[in-house]
Design a protein. Sequence first.
Length: 321
Amino acid sequence: MMNLIKIIDKYIKKIKKNKFNNLEIINIKKKFLSKNGIINKLLINLKKIKDKKKTGIKINFLKSEILKIIKNNNNNINKNNKIDYDFFYIKKKQYKLGSKNPIYLIKEKIKYLLINLNFKFIDNKEIEEDWYNFTSLNFTKYHPSRNMQDTFFINNNILLRTHTSSIQIRYMKNNKPPIKVFTFGKVYRNESISYSSFNMFHQIELLYINKNVSIIDLKNIILYLLKNLFYNKYKYRYRISYFPFTKPSFEIDLYYNKKWVEIIGCGLVNKKVLNNVNINYNKYSGFALGLGIERIAMIFYNINDIREFFKNDIRFIKQFK
């Protein structure tokens, strides 16, 4: 069967004539020597022809030429102290499965709880404008958080967001009530690093805007989250607080390790904030709620130092499933 010999001769001529780079040689090896490659297909067709001996010799010659090219290329790589050719191939090996970060585990748990209540997940950028991060949320011009000591400013108008509330502003500007959303992401504050604080952490925030939303709705959500996160294991309390973007405002503390730990900041959305995003506060009301994932994870998994989350120590991560 002369056609098959001609095909093999064509391959041999092409292989011997050209010079190949590393990537091309990887493709040649796959194309010719893999399970479904050309060499195996030629060997299968060999059974169908009369002149098996002559054709078989040609196939073996083609294979030896390909192996020679691969070998020469490996030698050149090793001489130049480059990565060995075998590096490009995944060998059959048993790998252990990794572990999930506790921040991820808590985030997914809360995400599941909120989706069950028909909250929609939204996201946006971490580098934010002053108006979205401060002004629209009723922060005064000389509020302490606007100082360089508290916020990472890139210039007078651009900064690393200090909370995920800026995402809610962007969403309210472009969407009409009813609004029922939550967001998750990194936030940045120019704070001293210690066992209980870090200059980057993760927040989850909820926003619900509709007709006749009240503190009762807010308290029901808080009760639902605490019950499903901590299974009524800890006492909790409400404490009157102040946030520029909510009025009235509250903080929820959890009694953990013989002390009260603040875990949630919340309140009814300030009328000034609704006005800034063109929502009629005479018709609509709502609540906002924010919590730090690291602090929830520290209580949930009994971790006593927030810095452990960011050390990339595999021994720490291996503890969690």
